[in-house]
Design a binder for this molecule. Structure first.
Ligand code: FES
Length: 112
């Protein structure tokens, strides 16, 4: 079996505007072709799954502020670091390890 890299590039830091997210799919690694959302919280980057657990809304069209991201369809909110609901209920989204190197946002393993 081929060894998978720990982190793979998704985009440039400049591709995602502050307060927003964009949709990407890794072209390599264990999460190859899985749709994810890359978030820019005023220079702090996060990677989550792309589909909202409420009704399938596109999270990458949402907004983020102070570590809390919001789905564009019905405004459900999640903690971008943990994936837990910001409303205190049991709903959650997947969150991935994320790091920035040489101006690139890199996708790691799922962390929550
Ligand atoms: S689909 Fe995301 S809040 Fe309804």
């Amino acid at each position: 079996m081929t060894e998978q890299p720990d982190f793979v590039p998704l985009c440039s830091v400049d591709d995602v505007k502050p307060g927003e997210a964009r949709h990407y799919r890794a072209t390599q690694g264990k999460w190859r072709l899985k749709p994810v959302a890359v978030w820019n919280d005023n220079g702090a980057y996060h990677i989550t799954n792309y589909v909202c657990p409420h009704s399938g809304g596109p999270l990458s069209e949402g907004k983020i502020e102070n570590g809390v991201l919001e789905c564009p369809w019905h405004q459900w909110q999640f903690d971008a670091a943990t994936g837990k609901s910001a409303r205190g209920d049991a709903h959650a989204i997947s969150v991935y390890e994320c790091k920035v190197e040489d101006g690139q946002v890199l996708l790691g393993d799922v962390k929550a």
